[in-house]
Write a protein that binds this ligand. Structure first.
Ligand code: HEC
Length: 151
């Protein structure tokens, strides 16, 4: 075998190998491409679907929901109200708030009577927000909270 014929044979083998590789690569690419476009389509559908869907609740349901938003039917104790809503200001006497259990602070106030204090507590006074931030508090609950703080 001369050197040139060996080269030719080798060259032929190389070409076959390269063609095979190209076919395999194209095959792989087409598989990948199909998979890719499929997933692309589903994200596209996801992206172009309408923004919101109107949900019309039946009247009977909405009535039921309103009933669920009832204020606690069982009155909370003064202590509970104070610790959840009032103590933030009244325990340290922030902004001049009468301190919880401080006789001096409450003595002059108590002379005005609990119903008067309740009135100002409901409407708010100075830095004291209406209902002392307890929007869900009933008058009765606010009253027991005031009584708890006065003791
Ligand atoms: C953001 C702070 C703050 C919170 C929360 C707060 N208070 Fe007060 N409260 C004050 C301040 C300040 C005063 C003094 C107001 C004044 O005399 O100008 C005050 C005063 C009062 C007074 C006396 C009102 C009067 O007629 O002089 C009562 C009663 C009272 N608070 C009840 C409550 C109750 C009950 C709560 C909780 C449900 C509460 N407060 C929550 C700040 C607060």
């Amino acid at each position: 075998m001369s050197l040139t014929s060996w080269n030719k044979k080798n060259f032929g083998l190389n070409i076959t190998f390269v063609v095979l590789v190209v076919i395999v690569v194209m095959q792989l690419f087409s598989i990948f491409y199909v998979a890719h476009t499929e997933s692309h389509d589903s994200t596209l559908i996801e992206r172009i679907k309408p923004l919101g869907q109107v949900y019309i609740e039946e009247d009977s349901n909405s009535v039921g929901n309103e009933e669920k938003v009832t204020v606690n039917d069982k009155a909370r104790s003064g202590k509970e109200i104070v610790s959840s809503s009032c103590s933030g200001c009244h325990s340290a006497g922030i902004l001049g708030a009468p301190k919880i259990g401080n006789k001096d602070d409450w003595e002059s106030l108590s002379q005005r009577g609990i119903s008067e204090l309740l009135k100002t507590a409901i409407s708010g006074k100075g830095a004291m927000p209406p209902k002392g931030t307890c929007a869900t508090c009933s008058d009765e609950e606010l009253k027991s909270a005031i009584e708890y703080m006065m003791k």
